[in-house]
Design a protein around this ligand. Sequence first.
Ligand code: SF4
Length: 513
Amino acid sequence: MLPNFFDSVVSLITRTSTDLPPDVRKAMEMALASEERGTRAGQAMTIIAQNIDQAASCEGPICQDTGMPTFEVKVPVGANQIWMKEQIRAAVAEATRRGKLRPNSVDSITGENSGNNLGPGTPIIHFEQWEEGAIEIKLILKGGGCENTNAQYSVPATLDHLGRADRTLEGVRKCILHAVWKAQGKGCSPGAVGVCIGGDRTSGYLHAKEQLFRTLDDRNPDPRLAELEDSIMAAANELTVGPMGFGGKTSLIGCKIGALNRLPASFFVSIAYDCWAFRRLGVRLDAESGAIRSWLYREGETPSVPLLTSEAASAGFPLTGREVRLSAPISEDQIRALRVGDVVLISGPIFTGRDAVHAYLMKNDPPVDLRGGVLYHCGPVVVKEADGRWKVTAAGPTTSIREEPYQADIVKRYGVRVVMGKGGMGPKTLAGLKESGAVYLNGIGGAAQFYARCIERVDGVSLMEFGTPEAMWHLQVRDFPAIVTMDAHGNSLHQDVEEASGAKLEAITPGLR
Ligand code: SF4
Protein backbone atom coordinates (compact mmCIF):
# COMPACT_ATOMS: atom_id res chain seq x y z
CA MET A 1 0.00 0.00 0.00
CA LEU A 2 1.61 3.31 -1.16
CA PRO A 3 5.20 2.14 -0.44
CA ASN A 4 6.71 5.66 -0.76
CA PHE A 5 4.11 7.57 1.25
CA PHE A 6 6.02 7.58 4.57
CA ASP A 7 9.33 8.74 2.99
CA SER A 8 7.49 11.44 1.04
CA VAL A 9 5.97 12.85 4.22
CA VAL A 10 9.35 12.78 6.02
CA SER A 11 10.83 14.71 3.06
CA LEU A 12 7.99 17.22 3.19
CA ILE A 13 8.50 17.82 6.92
CA THR A 14 12.28 18.10 6.54
CA ARG A 15 12.12 20.60 3.68
CA THR A 16 9.40 22.63 5.36
CA SER A 17 11.36 22.92 8.61
CA THR A 18 14.66 23.80 6.97
CA ASP A 19 14.09 25.78 3.78
CA LEU A 20 11.70 28.71 3.32
CA PRO A 21 9.58 28.74 0.14
CA PRO A 22 10.48 31.19 -2.67
CA ASP A 23 7.58 33.61 -2.05
CA VAL A 24 8.64 34.07 1.60
CA ARG A 25 12.30 34.40 0.59
CA LYS A 26 11.35 37.09 -1.92
CA ALA A 27 9.43 39.03 0.74
CA MET A 28 12.35 38.69 3.16
CA GLU A 29 14.79 39.84 0.49
CA MET A 30 12.73 43.01 0.07
CA ALA A 31 12.58 43.49 3.85
CA LEU A 32 16.37 43.06 4.07
CA ALA A 33 16.90 45.64 1.34
CA SER A 34 14.57 48.12 3.03
CA GLU A 35 16.55 48.33 6.30
CA GLU A 36 19.83 50.22 6.56
CA ARG A 37 22.71 47.93 7.40
CA GLY A 38 24.14 49.78 10.40
CA THR A 39 20.79 50.08 12.23
CA ARG A 40 19.37 47.65 14.80
CA ALA A 41 16.74 46.62 12.23
CA GLY A 42 19.44 46.15 9.58
CA GLN A 43 21.56 44.02 11.92
CA ALA A 44 18.52 41.92 12.85
CA MET A 45 17.60 41.37 9.20
CA THR A 46 21.18 40.41 8.32
CA ILE A 47 21.21 37.77 11.07
CA ILE A 48 17.82 36.48 9.94
CA ALA A 49 19.04 36.23 6.33
CA GLN A 50 22.20 34.41 7.43
CA ASN A 51 20.07 32.06 9.49
CA ILE A 52 17.76 31.29 6.55
CA ASP A 53 20.75 30.49 4.33
CA GLN A 54 22.50 28.41 7.01
CA ALA A 55 19.36 26.35 7.68
CA ALA A 56 18.92 25.54 3.98
CA SER A 57 22.55 24.62 3.47
CA CYS A 58 22.80 22.26 6.46
CA GLU A 59 19.19 21.00 6.47
CA GLY A 60 18.80 22.25 10.05
CA PRO A 61 15.60 23.72 11.52
CA ILE A 62 15.19 27.39 10.57
CA CYS A 63 13.84 28.07 14.06
CA GLN A 64 14.20 25.89 17.14
CA ASP A 65 10.45 26.14 17.65
CA THR A 66 9.24 23.91 14.86
CA GLY A 67 5.68 24.62 15.90
CA MET A 68 2.48 22.69 15.65
CA PRO A 69 2.68 20.51 12.51
CA THR A 70 -0.58 21.17 10.63
CA PHE A 71 -1.33 19.05 7.57
CA GLU A 72 -4.05 19.73 5.00
CA VAL A 73 -4.54 16.55 2.97
CA LYS A 74 -6.65 16.10 -0.15
CA VAL A 75 -7.31 12.52 -1.20
CA PRO A 76 -9.12 10.80 -4.07
CA VAL A 77 -12.50 9.30 -3.24
CA GLY A 78 -12.01 5.90 -1.62
CA ALA A 79 -8.49 6.51 -0.24
CA ASN A 80 -7.75 4.96 3.17
CA GLN A 81 -7.50 8.00 5.44
CA ILE A 82 -7.02 5.93 8.61
CA TRP A 83 -3.85 4.37 7.20
CA MET A 84 -2.58 7.72 5.90
CA LYS A 85 -3.11 9.34 9.28
CA GLU A 86 -1.01 6.65 10.96
CA GLN A 87 1.73 7.07 8.34
CA ILE A 88 1.77 10.85 8.81
CA ARG A 89 2.02 10.40 12.58
CA ALA A 90 4.90 7.92 12.11
CA ALA A 91 6.64 10.39 9.76
CA VAL A 92 6.30 13.16 12.37
CA ALA A 93 7.91 10.92 15.00
CA GLU A 94 10.72 10.03 12.57
CA ALA A 95 11.38 13.69 11.66
CA THR A 96 11.53 14.44 15.40
CA ARG A 97 14.03 11.62 15.94
CA ARG A 98 16.18 13.09 13.14
CA GLY A 99 16.15 16.55 14.82
CA LYS A 100 14.10 18.21 12.05
CA LEU A 101 11.27 18.85 14.51
CA ARG A 102 11.68 19.75 18.17
CA PRO A 103 9.67 17.60 20.61
CA ASN A 104 6.80 20.02 21.09
CA SER A 105 3.82 17.99 22.31
CA VAL A 106 3.16 18.55 26.00
CA ASP A 107 0.48 16.91 28.15
CA SER A 108 -1.65 19.86 29.26
CA ILE A 109 -2.45 18.26 32.64
CA THR A 110 0.90 16.80 33.71
CA GLY A 111 3.26 19.02 31.68
CA GLU A 112 5.03 15.91 30.38
CA ASN A 113 6.55 16.12 26.90
CA SER A 114 5.71 13.06 24.77
CA GLY A 115 9.16 13.37 23.16
CA ASN A 116 8.00 12.51 19.63
CA ASN A 117 5.45 15.21 18.75
CA LEU A 118 2.59 12.74 19.09
CA GLY A 119 -0.29 13.12 21.50
CA PRO A 120 -3.92 14.15 21.68
CA GLY A 121 -4.30 16.94 19.10
CA THR A 122 -0.71 16.64 17.84
CA PRO A 123 -0.11 16.73 14.94
CA ILE A 124 -3.15 18.40 13.39
CA ILE A 125 -4.33 16.57 10.27
CA HIS A 126 -7.30 17.69 8.16
CA PHE A 127 -8.57 15.47 5.36
CA GLU A 128 -10.72 16.45 2.43
CA GLN A 129 -11.80 14.39 -0.56
CA TRP A 130 -11.49 15.71 -4.08
CA GLU A 131 -12.23 14.51 -7.57
CA GLU A 132 -8.57 14.40 -8.68
CA GLY A 133 -6.50 11.22 -8.88
CA ALA A 134 -3.46 12.49 -6.90
CA ILE A 135 -2.90 13.02 -3.18
CA GLU A 136 -2.02 16.57 -2.11
CA ILE A 137 -0.45 17.32 1.27
CA LYS A 138 0.24 20.84 2.50
CA LEU A 139 2.10 21.47 5.73
CA ILE A 140 2.57 24.55 7.87
CA LEU A 141 4.84 24.75 10.93
CA LYS A 142 3.79 27.71 13.06
CA GLY A 143 5.58 28.24 16.35
CA GLY A 144 4.30 29.17 19.80
CA GLY A 145 5.61 32.75 19.83
CA CYS A 146 3.55 33.77 16.83
CA GLU A 147 0.64 31.51 17.80
CA ASN A 148 0.40 33.43 21.08
CA THR A 149 -0.02 36.67 19.16
CA ASN A 150 -3.09 35.42 17.28
CA ALA A 151 -6.12 37.54 18.06
CA GLN A 152 -9.88 37.35 17.73
CA TYR A 153 -12.13 40.40 17.90
CA SER A 154 -15.87 40.45 18.41
CA VAL A 155 -17.03 43.66 16.78
CA PRO A 156 -18.20 46.24 17.53
CA ALA A 157 -15.20 46.69 19.82
CA THR A 158 -13.21 49.59 21.21
CA LEU A 159 -9.50 49.36 20.45
CA ASP A 160 -6.47 51.17 21.91
CA HIS A 161 -5.41 54.08 19.69
CA LEU A 162 -8.07 53.30 17.07
CA GLY A 163 -11.38 53.88 18.80
CA ARG A 164 -14.47 51.96 17.81
CA ALA A 165 -14.31 49.17 15.24
CA ASP A 166 -17.73 48.71 13.65
CA ARG A 167 -19.18 45.87 11.61
CA THR A 168 -17.73 47.31 8.39
CA LEU A 169 -14.60 46.67 6.35
CA GLU A 170 -13.10 49.74 8.01
CA GLY A 171 -13.84 48.09 11.37
CA VAL A 172 -12.12 44.91 10.17
CA ARG A 173 -9.15 47.00 9.02
CA LYS A 174 -8.85 48.51 12.48
CA CYS A 175 -8.86 45.04 14.11
CA ILE A 176 -6.09 43.75 11.84
CA LEU A 177 -3.90 46.82 12.38
CA HIS A 178 -4.49 46.56 16.12
CA ALA A 179 -3.38 42.91 16.10
CA VAL A 180 -0.21 43.76 14.14
CA TRP A 181 0.56 46.58 16.55
CA LYS A 182 -0.07 44.38 19.61
CA ALA A 183 2.24 41.67 18.27
CA GLN A 184 5.23 44.09 18.21
CA GLY A 185 8.36 41.88 18.20
CA LYS A 186 6.81 39.06 20.22
CA GLY A 187 5.80 37.09 17.13
CA CYS A 188 9.22 37.66 15.52
CA SER A 189 8.37 40.38 13.05
CA PRO A 190 8.38 41.00 10.16
CA GLY A 191 5.46 38.60 10.01
CA ALA A 192 2.38 37.86 7.96
CA VAL A 193 -1.27 37.64 8.91
CA GLY A 194 -4.02 35.30 7.77
CA VAL A 195 -7.44 36.75 8.51
CA CYS A 196 -10.98 35.48 8.55
CA ILE A 197 -13.92 37.87 8.53
CA GLY A 198 -16.94 36.12 10.04
CA GLY A 199 -17.52 32.44 10.80
CA ASP A 200 -17.87 31.42 14.44
CA ARG A 201 -15.07 31.48 17.00
CA THR A 202 -13.74 28.07 15.92
CA SER A 203 -14.17 28.22 12.15
CA GLY A 204 -12.89 31.81 12.15
CA TYR A 205 -9.50 30.85 13.56
CA LEU A 206 -9.27 27.81 11.30
CA HIS A 207 -10.07 29.81 8.17
CA ALA A 208 -7.60 32.51 9.24
CA LYS A 209 -4.83 29.92 9.47
CA GLU A 210 -5.86 28.46 6.12
CA GLN A 211 -5.19 31.84 4.50
CA LEU A 212 -1.51 31.28 5.32
CA PHE A 213 -1.48 28.53 2.69
CA ARG A 214 -1.85 31.23 0.02
CA THR A 215 1.39 32.57 -1.45
CA LEU A 216 2.44 35.99 -0.18
CA ASP A 217 2.47 37.43 -3.72
CA ASP A 218 -0.92 36.17 -4.92
CA ARG A 219 -3.89 38.47 -5.56
CA ASN A 220 -7.15 38.00 -3.70
CA PRO A 221 -9.84 37.10 -6.29
CA ASP A 222 -12.38 39.21 -4.35
CA PRO A 223 -11.58 42.85 -5.29
CA ARG A 224 -12.96 44.15 -1.93
CA LEU A 225 -10.64 41.87 0.02
CA ALA A 226 -7.75 42.62 -2.35
CA GLU A 227 -8.20 46.32 -1.61
CA LEU A 228 -8.32 45.60 2.12
CA GLU A 229 -5.12 43.52 1.95
CA ASP A 230 -3.32 46.34 0.08
CA SER A 231 -4.53 48.87 2.57
CA ILE A 232 -3.32 46.80 5.54
CA MET A 233 0.11 46.26 4.00
CA ALA A 234 0.57 49.98 3.41
CA ALA A 235 -0.65 51.05 6.85
CA ALA A 236 1.10 48.31 8.87
CA ASN A 237 4.46 49.21 7.40
CA GLU A 238 3.91 52.84 8.44
CA LEU A 239 3.85 51.74 12.10
CA THR A 240 7.65 51.30 12.21
CA VAL A 241 7.45 48.36 14.60
CA GLY A 242 10.18 46.86 12.40
CA PRO A 243 12.12 43.61 12.58
CA MET A 244 11.93 42.07 16.07
CA GLY A 245 10.09 45.19 17.27
CA PHE A 246 13.37 47.16 17.15
CA GLY A 247 11.80 49.93 15.07
CA GLY A 248 12.28 49.87 11.29
CA LYS A 249 10.59 49.95 7.95
CA THR A 250 9.16 46.46 7.54
CA SER A 251 6.64 45.14 10.06
CA LEU A 252 4.52 42.95 7.78
CA ILE A 253 5.46 40.81 4.76
CA GLY A 254 1.97 39.59 3.90
CA CYS A 255 -1.74 39.95 4.61
CA LYS A 256 -4.19 37.33 3.33
CA ILE A 257 -7.90 37.70 4.04
CA GLY A 258 -10.83 35.34 3.63
CA ALA A 259 -14.46 35.55 4.67
CA LEU A 260 -17.08 33.11 5.96
CA ASN A 261 -20.75 33.65 6.55
CA ARG A 262 -21.67 34.42 10.16
CA LEU A 263 -24.65 34.32 12.46
CA PRO A 264 -26.61 37.59 12.45
CA ALA A 265 -25.70 38.20 16.11
CA SER A 266 -21.96 37.54 15.74
CA PHE A 267 -19.19 39.32 13.88
CA PHE A 268 -15.73 37.93 14.54
CA VAL A 269 -12.46 39.02 13.01
CA SER A 270 -9.90 36.25 13.55
CA ILE A 271 -6.22 36.80 12.94
CA ALA A 272 -3.52 34.16 12.64
CA TYR A 273 -0.11 35.82 12.93
CA ASP A 274 2.88 34.04 11.42
CA CYS A 275 6.48 35.08 11.95
CA TRP A 276 9.21 35.65 9.39
CA ALA A 277 10.04 31.92 9.77
CA PHE A 278 6.99 31.26 7.63
CA ARG A 279 7.41 27.54 7.02
CA ARG A 280 4.88 26.25 4.54
CA LEU A 281 5.27 23.73 1.74
CA GLY A 282 3.32 21.04 -0.05
CA VAL A 283 3.63 18.01 -2.28
CA ARG A 284 1.55 16.12 -4.80
CA LEU A 285 1.88 12.37 -4.48
CA ASP A 286 1.23 9.54 -6.87
CA ALA A 287 -1.95 7.85 -5.61
CA GLU A 288 -0.56 4.37 -6.37
CA SER A 289 2.95 4.62 -4.89
CA GLY A 290 2.84 7.68 -2.63
CA ALA A 291 6.00 9.01 -4.36
CA ILE A 292 6.41 12.78 -4.74
CA ARG A 293 5.32 13.82 -8.23
CA SER A 294 5.72 17.55 -7.71
CA TRP A 295 6.28 20.17 -5.01
CA LEU A 296 3.89 22.99 -4.26
CA TYR A 297 5.17 26.53 -3.67
CA ARG A 298 8.63 25.68 -5.03
CA GLU A 299 10.41 24.41 -8.14
CA GLY A 300 10.99 20.77 -7.34
CA GLU A 301 14.37 19.92 -5.87
CA THR A 302 16.09 23.06 -7.25
CA PRO A 303 18.29 24.43 -4.44
CA SER A 304 17.14 27.76 -2.99
CA VAL A 305 19.04 30.88 -3.97
CA PRO A 306 20.82 32.27 -0.85
CA LEU A 307 19.62 35.65 0.43
CA LEU A 308 23.15 36.88 1.09
CA THR A 309 26.20 36.91 -1.15
CA SER A 310 28.97 34.56 -0.03
CA GLU A 311 31.08 37.59 1.10
CA ALA A 312 28.24 38.96 3.22
CA ALA A 313 27.56 35.50 4.64
CA SER A 314 31.21 34.84 5.55
CA ALA A 315 31.47 38.31 7.14
CA GLY A 316 29.17 36.99 9.89
CA PHE A 317 27.46 39.36 12.31
CA PRO A 318 27.86 42.93 10.99
CA LEU A 319 30.16 44.45 13.67
CA THR A 320 30.44 48.20 14.09
CA GLY A 321 33.30 48.21 16.60
CA ARG A 322 31.01 49.60 19.30
CA GLU A 323 30.00 46.17 20.64
CA VAL A 324 30.47 45.43 24.35
CA ARG A 325 32.05 42.08 25.22
CA LEU A 326 30.78 40.35 28.35
CA SER A 327 31.70 37.09 30.02
CA ALA A 328 30.12 35.57 33.12
CA PRO A 329 30.46 36.15 36.03
CA ILE A 330 29.40 39.70 35.17
CA SER A 331 29.69 42.50 37.74
CA GLU A 332 27.02 45.03 38.64
CA ASP A 333 29.29 47.85 37.39
CA GLN A 334 29.56 46.25 33.96
CA ILE A 335 25.78 45.99 33.81
CA ARG A 336 25.08 49.54 34.96
CA ALA A 337 27.43 50.82 32.25
CA LEU A 338 25.12 49.39 29.57
CA ARG A 339 22.37 51.43 27.90
CA VAL A 340 19.44 50.55 25.69
CA GLY A 341 20.69 50.11 22.12
CA ASP A 342 24.12 48.72 23.03
CA VAL A 343 25.10 45.58 21.16
CA VAL A 344 26.61 42.94 23.43
CA LEU A 345 28.70 39.90 22.54
CA ILE A 346 28.49 37.23 25.23
CA SER A 347 31.17 34.60 25.71
CA GLY A 348 31.53 31.91 28.37
CA PRO A 349 28.86 29.97 30.24
CA ILE A 350 25.13 30.62 29.89
CA PHE A 351 22.12 28.63 31.14
CA THR A 352 18.82 28.10 29.37
CA GLY A 353 15.55 28.40 31.24
CA ARG A 354 11.98 28.89 30.14
CA ASP A 355 8.54 28.23 31.61
CA ALA A 356 9.19 25.03 33.57
CA VAL A 357 12.57 26.26 34.88
CA HIS A 358 11.06 29.56 36.04
CA ALA A 359 8.23 27.76 37.83
CA TYR A 360 10.84 25.49 39.44
CA LEU A 361 13.09 28.37 40.54
CA MET A 362 10.18 30.09 42.26
CA LYS A 363 10.03 27.14 44.69
CA ASN A 364 13.51 25.60 44.61
CA ASP A 365 17.14 26.68 44.58
CA PRO A 366 18.80 26.54 41.15
CA PRO A 367 20.80 23.43 40.24
CA VAL A 368 23.71 25.74 39.22
CA ASP A 369 25.20 28.98 40.59
CA LEU A 370 23.47 31.80 38.71
CA ARG A 371 25.30 34.67 40.46
CA GLY A 372 26.63 37.08 37.83
CA GLY A 373 25.22 34.73 35.22
CA VAL A 374 23.24 34.76 32.01
CA LEU A 375 19.80 33.17 31.89
CA TYR A 376 18.76 32.47 28.31
CA HIS A 377 15.07 32.06 27.45
CA CYS A 378 15.52 29.28 24.94
CA GLY A 379 14.18 25.80 24.23
CA PRO A 380 16.89 24.38 21.98
CA VAL A 381 16.85 21.41 19.64
CA VAL A 382 19.49 19.08 21.09
CA VAL A 383 20.59 15.71 19.74
CA LYS A 384 22.82 13.07 21.31
CA GLU A 385 25.77 12.21 19.09
CA ALA A 386 27.24 8.74 18.59
CA ASP A 387 29.90 9.39 21.26
CA GLY A 388 27.18 10.25 23.81
CA ARG A 389 27.81 14.01 23.76
CA TRP A 390 24.99 16.50 23.36
CA LYS A 391 24.93 18.79 20.35
CA VAL A 392 22.70 21.84 20.00
CA THR A 393 21.38 22.04 16.44
CA ALA A 394 19.01 25.01 16.85
CA ALA A 395 18.97 27.57 19.65
CA GLY A 396 17.21 30.88 19.07
CA PRO A 397 15.50 32.83 21.87
CA THR A 398 11.93 32.18 22.95
CA THR A 399 9.27 34.77 23.86
CA SER A 400 10.21 36.26 27.23
CA ILE A 401 6.97 37.89 28.30
CA ARG A 402 5.67 34.54 29.58
CA GLU A 403 8.18 34.81 32.44
CA GLU A 404 7.03 38.29 33.43
CA PRO A 405 5.35 37.17 36.68
CA TYR A 406 8.58 35.47 37.91
CA GLN A 407 11.57 37.20 36.34
CA ALA A 408 12.19 40.07 38.76
CA ASP A 409 12.07 37.69 41.76
CA ILE A 410 14.44 35.21 40.15
CA VAL A 411 16.92 37.93 39.14
CA LYS A 412 16.95 39.30 42.67
CA ARG A 413 16.96 35.99 44.52
CA TYR A 414 19.79 34.31 42.56
CA GLY A 415 21.88 37.30 41.42
CA VAL A 416 21.29 36.87 37.68
CA ARG A 417 22.88 39.76 35.74
CA VAL A 418 21.63 39.11 32.21
CA VAL A 419 18.27 37.84 31.05
CA MET A 420 18.22 37.10 27.34
CA GLY A 421 15.24 36.27 25.17
CA LYS A 422 13.07 37.99 22.59
CA GLY A 423 10.10 40.31 22.44
CA GLY A 424 10.94 42.15 25.66
CA MET A 425 9.36 42.06 29.11
CA GLY A 426 7.00 44.20 31.14
CA PRO A 427 7.11 46.84 33.86
CA LYS A 428 7.65 44.43 36.77
CA THR A 429 10.82 43.05 35.19
CA LEU A 430 11.97 46.53 34.16
CA ALA A 431 11.71 47.69 37.78
CA GLY A 432 13.43 44.49 38.95
CA LEU A 433 16.35 45.01 36.56
CA LYS A 434 16.84 48.52 37.91
CA GLU A 435 16.68 47.41 41.53
CA SER A 436 19.02 44.41 41.13
CA GLY A 437 21.44 45.78 38.53
CA ALA A 438 20.61 43.50 35.61
CA VAL A 439 19.76 43.90 31.90
CA TYR A 440 17.51 42.30 29.36
CA LEU A 441 19.11 41.41 26.03
CA ASN A 442 16.99 40.81 22.96
CA GLY A 443 18.31 38.10 20.68
CA ILE A 444 17.03 37.69 17.15
CA GLY A 445 13.97 35.49 17.40
CA GLY A 446 14.03 32.42 15.23
CA ALA A 447 17.75 32.75 14.38
CA ALA A 448 18.25 29.20 15.58
CA GLN A 449 20.99 28.18 13.18
CA PHE A 450 22.91 31.41 13.60
CA TYR A 451 22.92 31.08 17.39
CA ALA A 452 23.63 27.34 17.36
CA ARG A 453 26.92 28.24 15.65
CA CYS A 454 27.78 30.53 18.59
CA ILE A 455 27.58 27.56 20.99
CA GLU A 456 30.94 25.92 21.42
CA ARG A 457 29.77 23.00 23.53
CA VAL A 458 27.20 21.64 25.94
CA ASP A 459 28.69 21.33 29.43
CA GLY A 460 25.71 19.62 31.02
CA VAL A 461 21.99 19.63 31.56
CA SER A 462 19.76 19.92 34.65
CA LEU A 463 16.06 19.32 35.14
CA MET A 464 15.88 16.97 32.15
CA GLU A 465 12.66 15.62 33.60
CA PHE A 466 10.96 18.67 32.06
CA GLY A 467 11.83 17.46 28.54
CA THR A 468 14.43 18.72 26.06
CA PRO A 469 13.06 22.21 25.35
CA GLU A 470 12.25 22.96 28.99
CA ALA A 471 15.41 21.55 30.63
CA MET A 472 18.21 23.82 31.87
CA TRP A 473 21.09 23.42 29.40
CA HIS A 474 24.60 24.50 30.44
CA LEU A 475 26.14 26.03 27.33
CA GLN A 476 29.53 27.53 26.48
CA VAL A 477 29.13 30.29 23.92
CA ARG A 478 31.41 32.59 21.98
CA ASP A 479 30.54 36.06 20.65
CA PHE A 480 26.83 35.48 21.05
CA PRO A 481 25.26 38.77 19.84
CA ALA A 482 22.20 40.44 21.35
CA ILE A 483 20.93 43.98 21.88
CA VAL A 484 20.25 45.70 25.21
CA THR A 485 16.56 46.54 24.99
CA MET A 486 15.91 46.99 28.75
CA ASP A 487 18.68 48.46 30.86
CA ALA A 488 19.36 48.86 34.59
CA HIS A 489 18.27 52.53 34.48
CA GLY A 490 14.59 51.94 33.79
CA ASN A 491 14.76 52.33 30.00
CA SER A 492 12.94 49.97 27.66
CA LEU A 493 13.20 50.04 23.89
CA HIS A 494 10.04 47.91 23.75
CA GLN A 495 8.08 50.53 25.66
CA ASP A 496 9.46 53.28 23.41
CA VAL A 497 8.64 51.46 20.16
CA GLU A 498 5.18 50.49 21.44
CA GLU A 499 4.38 54.09 22.35
CA ALA A 500 5.76 55.51 19.10
CA SER A 501 3.94 52.93 16.98
CA GLY A 502 0.76 53.50 19.02
CA ALA A 503 0.94 57.21 18.14
CA LYS A 504 1.35 56.28 14.47
CA LEU A 505 -1.67 53.99 14.75
CA GLU A 506 -3.73 56.92 15.98
CA ALA A 507 -2.59 59.01 13.03
CA ILE A 508 -3.58 56.43 10.40
CA THR A 509 -6.44 57.78 8.35
CA PRO A 510 -9.46 55.61 7.63
CA GLY A 511 -8.82 53.63 4.44
CA LEU A 512 -12.16 52.00 3.73
CA ARG A 513 -15.85 52.49 4.30
S1 SF4 B 1 10.66 32.72 14.50
FE1 SF4 B 1 9.97 33.42 16.52
S2 SF4 B 1 7.74 33.30 16.54
FE2 SF4 B 1 8.51 32.13 14.79
S3 SF4 B 1 8.55 30.05 15.55
FE3 SF4 B 1 10.59 30.92 15.83
S4 SF4 B 1 10.62 31.78 17.91
FE4 SF4 B 1 8.47 31.37 17.35
